[in-house]
Design a binder for this molecule. Structure first.
Ligand code: DC
Length: 215
C-alpha cells in the first residue's frame, strides 16, 4: 500500500514549498492539488462557465477534460498551462469553482489515482479530512495572514507578475473566507493532524519540524 503524507492549510502557509522539499527528501512524489483546481477552473472559464452556472453545465464542461501534473508542469488537455494557472486571477477562480460539488467530485478520483502506485506528499485544503482520511501522517500548516500575504506577494513578484502588497493581502483574506466557509470540504484542521505555525520559522526550520514528526 503506497504511503500518503497529507498536508492542509490556508493560502500562503508554505504548503507547496515545504511539501515539495519533504517529497524530495523522502523520495515520494509531490501532489499539488491546488494546481489541479487551478487547471479545472481555467478550463471552465475558457468554456464560458460562470460561478453561477448550474452543476449540470459544469459536469458537461468537465466531460473528457484531462488534467495532468508532471513535476512543476501542469497540463490541460495536453496543453502546457503551468504559467496560466499561477496568476492571481486563476487562484481566484480556483477558489470559487472549488466550492462546487461537480468540480470536487471530478478531482477526487484524479487525486486518489495519484496515490495508487506511488508514495506521495499531497497538499491542499482537504487532503487530511476528505481525500486521504487514512494518510500515514497528517499536517496542518498555518501562518499569520500578514506573513502569508507577504509570501504570496514575493512569489508573484518573483514570477514578474504585477501585484501590490494590499492586493496580496486582500486576495489571501478573500480566499481564507471562501475556502473555510464553503459547505463542501471546507478547510479545517483534522483532529489527528499535527498543527505547525510557520509564522516565525525559516523554511529550513519548518522542514525540520515536519520531519521530526515522521514515523
Ligand atoms: O493552493 P492553491 O492556492 O494553489 O489553491 C487554489 C484554490 O484551489 C484554493 O483557494 C482553494 C482550492 N483548493 C481546494 O479547494 N482544495 C484543494 N485540495 C486544493 C485547492
Amino acid at each position: 500500500m503506497p504511503k500518503v503524507i497529507a498536508i492542509d492549510g490556508p493560502s500562503g502557509a508554505g504548503k507547496s514549498t515545504i511539501s515539495k522539499l519533504i517529497a524530495e527528501k523522502l523520495g515520494f512524489q509531490f501532489l499539488d492539488t491546488g494546481a489541479l483546481y487551478r487547471a479545472a477552473a481555467l478550463h471552465l472559464t475558457r468554456k464560458g462557465i460562470k460561478p453561477e452556472s448550474s452543476d449540470n453545465e459544469i459536469i458537461n464542461a468537465l466531460k473528457d477534460v484531462v488534467i495532468a501534473l508532471n513535476g512543476e508542469k501542469v497540463f490541460l488537455n495536453g496543453g502546457d498551462v503551468s504559467e496560466a494557472v499561477r496568476t492571481t486571477e486563476a487562484g481566484h477562480y480556483a477558489s470559487i469553482f472549488s466550492a462546487k460539488k461537480a468540480v470536487r467530485d471530478f478531482l477526487l478520483q484524479v487525486q486518489r489515482d495519484a496515490a495508487r502506485y506511488n508514495d506521495i506528499v499531497a497538499e491542499g485544503r482537504d487532503m487530511t479530512t476528505v481525500v486521504f482520511p487514512d494518510a500515514s501522517k497528517k499536517f496542518y500548516l498555518d501562518a499569520s495572514v500578514e506573513v502569508r500575504a507577504r509570501r504570496r506577494y514575493l512569489q508573484l513578484k518573483e514570477k514578474g507578475m504585477e501585484i501590490t502588497m494590499d492586493e496580496a493581502l486582500r486576495d489571501v483574506m478573500e480566499r481564507d473566507e471562501r475556502d473555510s466557509k464553503r459547505d463542501i470540504s471546507p478547510l479545517r484542521k483534522a483532529d489527528d493532524a499535527v498543527y505547525i505555525n510557520t509564522t516565525g520559522l525559516t523554511l529550513n526550520d519548518a522542514i525540520k519540524r515536519v520531519l521530526r514528526e515522521m514515523p
